[in-house]
Design a protein around this ligand. Structure first.
Ligand SMILES: Cc1ncc(COP(=O)(O)O)c(C=O)c1O
Length: 433
């Protein structure tokens, strides 16, 4: 394979020109908290397979469980492990959620959750939020709204989904506080959607992320989630909680929703569910909604044996090793370090997070296009300094370390990230973009 030689000390003279997009990073091996590239350079992993490998890359116990399941079952339908995992998922999700169905991915699981809500209520509409991401299939793009660009050519397929604004932590208009803006978001549903767009009795449910991850790690105030629950109760809506990214310990609790103490009717999970080793997703819902249902969901490899084995082992490890507590504690310490970057570097405007759902916001004062480019540069420079984060055409750079990351590696990663920020900040101050 062609050498990229990106790590400081080994970069080729024109590596800079070659290395401008995410696609140019090629992992040759992943282990624990590290990614190793084709030249053997080691990168601290702040991406965790896009927030999937929460127990670290290729956890040996999960790996063994997968191999055992493959040798025992290969692939079959209706196997024992699916039942075992269903029981386990019911045990570790909120008490009112008692039914499980499987999918292959988060995308399918998010779509299926909506299908359950529509079928249960026999109503045609769903409220979703601007900025949310639920996947890239046509169905998932319809129920999400990450960017207008992502909807290109599919705009006309938008039937059935009404979008409301989601609270913001930064770039809040009209000098509103976070709480005021969150109140406005709820008000918009009551006073605009329900008056002018659709009667409450035509709406089946509300699909929300407890923290909007792909939309920039936005953490809404408790009042927002409480408001959604109140409306759902008032109008008979199904409250659907998409935990594909926030779940499995990412926020320092098993589920993001635990931070609010609010009851939901359906919980959607994938990504970290299997320690990132074998893709499956799951929908966990109340008896009333998912018990006697005529909703169709699932696909051939949904809940496959290797995925279920991986999930069972991942769950065991997470509780046994108290990984949620670990992420909560270390995440808080990491956030303190990140907050120090705000007064230090002109272009860093906010740092926020809960557990290991961490990120910082770039604001140059010259508009979001410039900020996106600066965020991209920080992400690229950070890779060159040996730490791999997450960036997806946004003004935030997101840090999703594995929950198992060693303490010294975590802080070393933050130091490397700061070196990248410093470099981009200085370059921008000296010569602009
Ligand atoms: C909240 C949320 N839902 C759904 C998905 C789609 O999951 P998958 O990529 O496993 O299909 C994602 C992916 O990032 C997500 O963040």
């Amino acid at each position: 394979m062609k050498s990229l030689k990106l790590y400081p000390g080994g970069a080729s003279p024109d590596a800079e020109k070659k290395f401008t997009t995410m696609a140019t990073f090629i992992t040759a091996k992943a282990e624990g908290s590290w990614l190793i590239d084709v030249d053997g350079y080691r990168y601290i992993d702040f991406s965790s397979g896009w927030a999937s490998n929460n127990v670290g890359n290729v956890h040996p116990e999960v790996y063994d469980a997968v191999v055992e399941a493959l040798s025992r079952f290969g692939f079959v339908y209706n196997h024992l492990l699916a039942l075992e995992l269903a029981e386990k998922l019911v045990e570790i999700t909120p008490p009112n959620l008692t039914r499980v169905s499987y999918e292959v991915s988060g995308t399918e699981a998010a779509e299926a959750s909506v299908s359950y809500a529509l079928t249960h209520t026999k109503r045609p509409l769903i409220i979703s939020f601007i900025g949310q991401f639920h996947g890239d299939s046509i169905g998932a793009r319809n129920i999400g709204s990450e960017t207008a660009e992502r909807k290109s050519y599919f705009e006309a397929m938008h039937g059935g989904v009404i979008f409301a604004p989601y609270p913001r932590n930064y770039r809040i208009p009209l000098n509103m506080t976070e709480e005021e803006y969150a109140e406005l978001c709820l008000w918009y549903i009551e006073d605009n959607i329900l008056k002018y767009i659709a009667e409450p009795s035509r709406i089946a449910g509300v699909l929300f992320e407890p923290m909007m991850a792909e939309g920039g790690n936005v953490i809404p105030p408790k009042s927002f989630v409480e408001g959604l629950r109140k409306m759902a109760d008032k109008y008979g809506w199904v409250l659907i909680n998409d935990e594909v990214l926030t779940g499995f310990g990412r926020t320092g609790r098993m589920w993001g929703i635990e931070h609010y103490g609010i009851k939901v009717d359906i919980l959607v999970t994938a990504k970290g569910l299997t320690g990132g080793l074998i893709p499956i997703g799951a929908v966990v819902g109340s008896e009333e909604i998912m018990g006697p249902t005529k909703a169709y969901s699932g696909s051939t490899f949904a809940g496959n044996p290797a995925g279920c084995a991986a999930a069972l082992k991942t769950i065991e490890i997470m509780y046994r090793d108290k990984l949620m507590d670990r992420a909560a504690k270390l995440g808080e310490e990491a956030l303190k370090v990140m907050k120090d970057w705000i007064p230090e570097y002109d272009i860093i405007a906010d740092a926020r997070g809960v557990g290991f759902l961490l990120g910082f916001e770039v604001d140059s004062g010259q508009g979001e296009r410039v900020d996106e480019e600066l965020a991209r540069r920080i992400f690229v420079e950070a890779t060159k300094f040996g730490v791999r984060a997450v960036w997806d055409e946004e003004t935030t750079v997101r840090l999703y370390p594995p929950l198992t990351i060693e303490e010294d590696v975590l802080f070393q990663g933050l130091e490397r990230m700061e070196m990248a920020i410093k470099k981009v900040n200085n370059e921008f101050k000296q010569s602009g973009l």
